[in-house]
Ligand binder design. Sequence first.
Ligand SMILES: Nc1ncnc2c1ncn2[C@@H]1O[C@H](COP(=O)(O)OP(=O)(O)OP(=O)(O)O)[C@@H](O)[C@H]1O
Length: 359
Amino acid sequence: MLDRIRLADFRNHAATRLEGAGRFNLLIGANGAGKTNVLEALSLLAPGRGLRRAQLTDIAREGAHGGFAVGADLVSGVTPVRIGTALRAESPGRRIVQASGAPLPAARLAEWLSVGWLTPAMDRLFADSAGARRRFLDRMVLALDPGHATQSSRYEKALRERNKLMGADARPDPQWLDALEREMADAGAAVAAARARTVERLGAELAGVPDAPFARPQLAIVPAAPADPGELADLWLRGRGADRGAGRTLAGPHRDDLAVVMAGTGRAAAECSTGEQKAMLIAITLAHAGMSAGSRPLVLLLDEVAAHLDSVRRAALYERLAATGAQVWMTGTEAEPFATLPERPAAWRVVDGAAERIE
Ligand SMILES: Nc1ncnc2c1ncn2[C@@H]1O[C@H](COP(=O)(O)OP(=O)(O)OP(=O)(O)O)[C@@H](O)[C@H]1O
């Protein structure tokens, strides 16, 4: 789990320290106080752009020097490991990541810990773009298969390069394109296979979970390309004309989607009620947390989740969270909905970009 958390110039937090974290952790405060900002900081201890997918320069505190830093002790073995990420004002394009004092590519943070989240913005996930669902799926894949981040970034890098060569003014060398497509095929097939394995395992986990009190979802990947590397390379070779016309790579695992249906009804998740959609998201998150337990430390960030549930679902959420062994960070405007937690939480009151421990 994470402890001794430090935020420096991170959104409205000039210098915030959270110490004495536990299994359950609460951030209580008024709207706009800076609770989600703390969760966002923790989400940047995983590969990717964090729970808001923000531009790094937007995260740096307004009026400060243009950089930010987040650090935490990862306490899992005997000796805590200090992990952190920072943006230096001098190099605003890329965040720096460190573990145990040594620099690390952000993709390799997944080897240290898994971070998952549910935020109010995700209420629209099932009706949202395929990209949002793909990112949701990829985060779950990462927890089970940390090598996924490296394969994904390998694929994305080659894809970006190929897209440039599909531009109207480009004069691509066919041999260079062949090489890029082989690289994409190799990494893309690994990405697709890892997604398929995760969805299969999640499906098996969800099948064993009762329908109530959370709706039970059934998941399936909607593949946008074949999974075999040879077939993938062939697809891009044959698609060069169409891709040049479009100015980008039209087909590939970067267009995969995740289909979600409510079990028992066969109804697509996007057509279910808001409450049912939220219940399915929680069910997926809990099933995934249950599966991930034991591999790497798992941190779950639940922004405004508990307060919006009825008391039966809230009790079920707490009970199942406790069973996963994950470290959980929850936000709320009031402490009252957390009174029924099965363990005494560590709690902070967040006021205007500062956090004070509540005893
Ligand atoms: N780069 C930044 N510099 C300074 N302040 C920022 C920056 N980015 C966002 N903020 C401020 O952070 C505050 C929002 O914080 P946050 O989203 O964490 O609130 P919250 O406590 O989760 O509120 P709610 O309960 O409404 O979700 C806003 O006042 C916003 O103006």
